[in-house]
Ligand binder design. Sequence first.
Ligand code: BGP
Length: 468
Amino acid sequence: MFPKEFLWGGAIAANQAEGAYLEGGKGLSIADVLPVGAQRIGKVSLALEKDTHYPSHDAIDFYHRFEEDIDLLAELGIKCFRTSIAWSRIFPKGDELIPNEAGLLFYDRLFNKLKEKGIEPVVTLSHFETPLHLVTEYGGWLNRKLIDCFDRYTKVVFDRYKNQVKYWLTFNEINHAHTIPFLAAAIDVTAITNEREKLQSIYQASHNMLVASAKAVLNGKAVNPANQIGCMLSLSPIYPATCNPADVFESYQLRRRSLFYSDVQLRGEYPKYFDRIIKENQLALVIEPADLAILSRGTCDYLGFSFYRSSLHEAGMKILGNTGGLLGKKNPYLEETEWGWPIDPLALRYVCNELTDRYQKPLFIVENGVGVRDEFNEQRQIIDKERMRYLNDHVAAMAEAIKDGSDILGYTWWGPIDIVSAGTGEMEKRYGFIHVDKLNDGSGSLSRTKKASFNYYRQIIQTNGLNR
Ligand code: BGP
């Protein structure tokens, strides 16, 4: 059922796990200035405030503990491990000409450790962690200067890790430029009240990122044509709230527009429907003549995506641009997590079928998981039934999608070891099969403990998805 070489794995991001935020010459990234707390991602802070807790500063200390963590993950049996390179470890300010050797060495050691354990690295070039200096000095991805900085960075890392890494992803959840512009596109649009102007900034930043992504693909292929370089989107299906044609059509239209990024990254050109988005919003995008040729040459090999839930849309609901990450209305047919995310495994099958029909390219489910509040029982065990059920049901949905005809390269569970949540900055929204003793306020021994789901996932991997 699952192909023999199916890449069962786990995924994290540097800023949510490594900590050591100023060690080894690392510079500040945008993730480092976001404090803990719900709704933090809607805010923007460009400076560190005294007496505030910043979870990414020490996170789960993966920077110092990666060897023991990878030993545990090897015991889990994963075939691949997705993480990001923190751009600010390699270029602390982002615009230097010479990379930081200490940062490069860290990832040498990390990728070597993975290889030693027979685990294939899957590397995200930019996961919500743009060097902060590029925002304060240039205004983030709104500025084309970042295309050059990213070009330099990607050339360095493709070259340095050419013998260790084959699977790459360019920008994490690039379509979140609409929903969380600061994290996803390193732009501050909080002061812009006019919707048209906001969209202008988001689409200009997006254009620059799309060009940077295409250039990265070209850089990666130049170093090694066998490199497999994917794009990465957050892809929750958007259901119509009723069979009212207005709901159905608007949901469809939104969905189509939320696939704008993969349309460009996989097909190499702006989709025809984008003309209308430009006209309706009177966008005046700066697109240089060479850009379109770069987009057309630098197409991605596969579509990586995160999947957590579905969303429900009613005609006329307020949205900006697309709904890549918005929850929409409450769906009465679905249970929700404590954080209000509907649990909808069938939607994973739906989305795989939809994407296969649209692109006929390989898919890679590079994030799927459920954030749960875990508790130890009297025997000091965590029996995380909710997580096991979620895993079981989503693996089953993926198996059906493969039978339906999708070519799926792999599946990396989000946060196989507990890490800091991107959305809240908290530790208590846990995804891991391995518990990390660390609390929201930063306290805790950092010790690692296997949860019941650890053996559960191990069996799924050992039997190549059969034993569910
Ligand atoms: C995605 C991000 C991850 C991540 C995950 C879960 O949007 O790519 O970085 O953390 O969602 O979200 P959260 O951590 O907010 O629960």
